[in-house]
Design a protein around this ligand. Structure first.
Ligand SMILES: [Zn+2]
Ligand SMILES: [Zn+2]
Length: 281
């Protein structure tokens, strides 16, 4: 039976494994189908495709984009994106610029709290990839301002932290449109439906479907059986395709294993059929 993981991150965003290392790890763990879904970038995919050559592993090009919906930030995955689509790449560049803008605001706040870290420090921590809050957290740790990631997020960088700054991102219908324009399949990542009750979640899902959403990430690394069955119901109700993945970030998200999540993740092989049909593959 094939093993599938359709949600993973590399050093090109906020994962700790390089694309080559991730592909090698997946292969060692007998994963047959792997999607790399870095935040705001597809730049890690050529390296991963190269590394997967000759291995019994299918690599699916993916991405994870943040979007606003009802004043909340949600994540939308795009699968089978055409990497050479210039319009899409230009849009991603603009999106990455908003990250740098936000980073400046966060560093200002940290500075006013007595913590001096520079943009260069954070850039160094992020290496080649998309800069994210985990890289600020790493810098705070390196400078001795916090003991670990958890403290960095709880005290400063998380949505309740003292230096938190909301990022300005496009609306969900725009992001969904970008993915479709680039030949991809838009899927709602980790549908927690935070802040929505049951009825509101259903209405929200309907709105997203009207905006072009084609799937739900029903099988997710940290979801309980109850959560999975709720999303399964929504997928049936709106005739959406289903995907699944661990949201593996390597050492940046301890306790989440590739292909397994917290241990119980299982992505049914049949999800691939509809995903391929939707992508025209
Ligand atoms: Zn996400
Ligand atoms: Zn993710």
């Amino acid at each position: 039976m094939s093993r599938i993981d359709l949600h993973t991150h590399t050093t090109f965003s906020d994962g700790s494994y390089s694309p080559t290392e991730l592909v090698e790890l997946a292969s060692q763990q007998n994963i047959d189908i792997l999607a790399i879904t870095d935040h705001d970038t597809t730049d890690g995919l050529p390296e991963a495709l190269e590394a997967s050559k000759g291995l019994p592993l299918e690599l699916i090009p993916g991405i994870e984009l943040s979007a606003m919906f009802h004043n909340r930030e949600m994540h939308i995955l795009g699968y089978f994106i055409n990497l050479a689509d210039l319009q899409f790449q230009t849009r991603l560049e603009a999106l990455r610029a908003t990250r740098i803008e936000r980073l400046h605001h966060i560093l200002d706040r940290l500075h006013s709290l007595g913590m001096n870290i520079s943009l260069e420090d954070v850039e160094q921590a992020s290496g080649i990839g998309t800069i994210g809050r985990p890289h600020i957290a790493q810098t705070l740790m390196a400078k001795g301002y916090v003991k670990n990631m958890k403290e960095a997020f709880e005290q400063f960088l998380g949505s309740r932290g003292k230096a938190y700054v909301q990022r300005v991102v496009p609306n969900a219908h725009e992001i969904i449109g970008w993915i479709i324009d680039a030949g991809g399949v838009p899927v709602l990542a980790h549908p927690y439906w935070e802040g929505f009750n049951k009825e509101e979640s259903t209405t929200a899902c309907q709105t997203l479907v009207e905006q072009g959403l084609q799937g739900l990430e029903v099988f997710y690394g940290t979801f309980s059986a109850r959560h999975i069955s709720f999303n399964l119901g929504l997928a049936k109700q709106f005739d959406l395709l289903m995907t699944g993945g661990s949201d593996f970030h390597g050492t940046f998200k301890p306790g989440i294993a590739l292909g397994k999540g917290r241990g119980s993740l299982h992505v049914p092989p049949k999800v691939m059929e509809r995903l391929r049909v939707a992508a025209g593959h």
